[in-house]
Design a protein around this ligand. Structure first.
Ligand SMILES: [Fe+2]
Ligand SMILES: [Fe+2]
Length: 294
């Protein structure tokens, strides 16, 4: 029996995207953001300010002096870094439940999403991407469709893996074959329901390069590459493991050689311990529950 009606019902029962993150999304890439605009974003959410201070004071940013206020954080880190922390912190409310279809461990999806965001941020700087500021956010949210699809994938996991193993399809294509829809498409639909900026919706929807047009979109390619590198890094592989389609043309598009990937992985490894503070955001803030079954 097709699971599509149940999947669509889950989408109807989608909780709202956390308000604080929604407002922050609108400020990413804005040329000038005033302290007042930032205060307006976080003022109804004291937990977010606490998270900002905790992360700003972590080894990840390596500041020499202690930060005690939002003002100071803004001054020392800059608006865009602060927005990343706010969006990551707000988004944790959607990642509170386990995602058993994809990850055996409780926080697997969150850890994967943060890893991808950090890797995307690193690549955006290395490759000087024009839309670099949006890459961290796109990394956090690229697999958001898994929040909804997880239980359905769990239910049909044996069939999905059979398609992966017998037909040699990557995991997301096997999802599509067995469930009729994959997590990237569901994520794109969630982004539409939540009224995300169009660029973000495109990246979420196409991050597995499932549409020929996506091969011409630098940010989509960058998120694809970040996702792949995170898998290569070997932490938190998840149940889909290495069933991931490889597109060598992505490396050509950015003029990258294998040794460049090794360099990125080394750099990422050196950030890894300091980045643990981002993983800790989830335990810090349990909010909305997501309805998986309608
Ligand atoms: Fe994905
Ligand atoms: Fe991913």
């Amino acid at each position: 029996m097709s699971l599509i009606p149940q999947i669509l019902r889950s989408l109807k029962n989608l909780p709202p995207f956390p308000m604080v993150a929604q407002r922050a999304l609108l400020l990413v890439n804005k040329a000038e953001v005033s302290i007042q605009e930032l205060v307006d974003v976080v003022k109804f959410d004291p937990a977010i300010t606490a998270n900002i201070l905790r992360i700003a004071n972590s080894a990840y940013f390596g500041l020499r002096r202690e930060i005690h206020s939002l003002n100071q954080a803004l001054l020392l880190l800059g608006t865009q870094e602060l927005l990343k922390i706010i969006i990551a912190s707000g988004a944790t409310r959607l990642f509170g439940n386990a995602a058993p279809g994809y990850f055996a461990e409780q926080q697997g999806l969150w850890r994967h999403s943060v890893s991808c965001a950090l890797m995307a941020d690193l690549l955006a700087r290395e490759l000087t991407l024009a839309e670099g500021n949006l890459c961290f956010t796109a990394g956090i949210l690229h697999d958001i469709g898994k929040v909804v699809l997880s239980l359905f994938v769990d239910q049909k996991f044996a069939q999905i893996m059979e398609v992966v193993e017998v037909q040699g399809e990557p995991f997301h294509k096997a999802e599509k074959i067995v469930l009729g829809v994959d997590h990237a498409e569901i994520g794109g639909e969630m982004a539409r329901i939540w009224d995300f900026p169009d660029r973000l919706r495109q990246v979420i929807k196409h991050h597995h390069l499932n549409h020929p047009e996506s091969l011409g979109d630098e940010m989509v390619l960058l998120i694809y590459l970040a996702d792949l590198l995170v898998l290569m890094f070997g932490q938190n592989l998840g149940r889909e493991g290495l069933a991931y389609a490889a597109y060598p043309e992505v490396l050509n598009r950015f003029n990258l050689k294998e040794r460049d990937l090794e360099k990125f992985l080394l750099h990422f490894g050196s950030l890894w311990d300091d980045a643990q503070v981002f993983f800790g955001l989830l335990g810090n803030d349990h909010g909305l529950q997501c309805a998986h079954r309608g």
